[in-house]
Design a protein around this ligand. Structure first.
Ligand code: IMP
Ligand code: MG
Length: 220
């Protein structure tokens, strides 16, 4: 697969030596990431999702709930393809901890949830990995008495699911790899990459070393 161009600039203060090293390492990581889906492919995938959603909700109105933070980019693109009455809200979940790419304890924060009683709700998330997040969110949302509730994801990771449910709308099925970009992060980085990239083991290891260096630098 094609290696991506260097599209990143990370703005560390350059007069601090340890931060300069981190900056160099960051660029090394970003320069070597493997592109999995291009901007054009992502755009086409989102347009496909929107067409299916428009068809299923024709004549109705929709409350879209974006799952923070990973869905921000796909939600922003998706809603502009939906020429229909809609409201937009967000809900926050967190399941990854630090340098670990495995899911941890799931936290759901409903503080910003709009009123969804009697509404047709579409939950939108970035990726369906084990499926625990979306499955737990659907149970949580049912408590708020919506008229209907469905789910859409940009990505579904192949062979990872640990739950019975399947999202109603899926943009792409991808291999079992850790991916970043187009809203998805690794340790809060890379969300602004305009395409989807796969982080390989060496990238993950370099990123973990980077985080350790930054932590020890901060502690000094
Ligand atoms: P799940 O509960 O295992 O389905 O995980 C869902 C959440 O984990 C997603 O909303 C993402 O925030 C995060 N996640 C899972 N896989 C990846 C990945 O490959 N890259 C970045 N985030 C991921
Ligand atoms: Mg997420």
């Amino acid at each position: 697969m094609a290696r991506s161009d260097a599209r990143f600039s990370i703005d560390f203060p350059r007069n601090i030596p340890c931060l300069r090293i981190i900056n160099t390492l960051c660029l090394r990581i970003i320069n070597t990431v493997k592109q999995l889906l291009s901007e054009a492919q992502l755009r086409a995938g989102v347009a496909r999702l929107a067409a299916e959603i428009r068809r299923d909700y024709a004549g109705g109105s929709l409350t879209i709930l974006g799952v923070l933070t990973g869905s921000l980019v796909v939600v922003a693109d998706l809603i502009r393809e939906l020429d229909m009455p809609m409201r937009l809200g967000v809900i926050q979940t967190r399941s990854y901890r630090g340098a670990d790419t495995r899911p941890g304890q799931l936290e759901i924060n409903c503080a910003m949830l709009p009123e969804i009683r009697g509404r047709d709700v579409l939950l939108v998330d970035d990726i369906f990995d084990t499926g625990r997040t979306l499955s737990a969110l659907l149970v949580e949302m049912q408590k708020h008495d919506p008229n209907s509730i469905r789910s859409a994801v940009l990505l579904r990771k192949e062979g990872r699911q640990e739950v019975e449910m399947r999202p109603d709308y899926i943009g792409f099925t991808i291999p079992d790899a850790f991916v970043v970009g187009y809203g998805l992060d690794y340790q809060d980085a890379h969300r602004n990459l305009p395409y989807l990239a796969e982080l390989e083991d060496e990238d993950l290891q370099a990123a973990a070393e980077l985080a350790a260096t930054a932590r020890s630098g901060a502690a000094k």
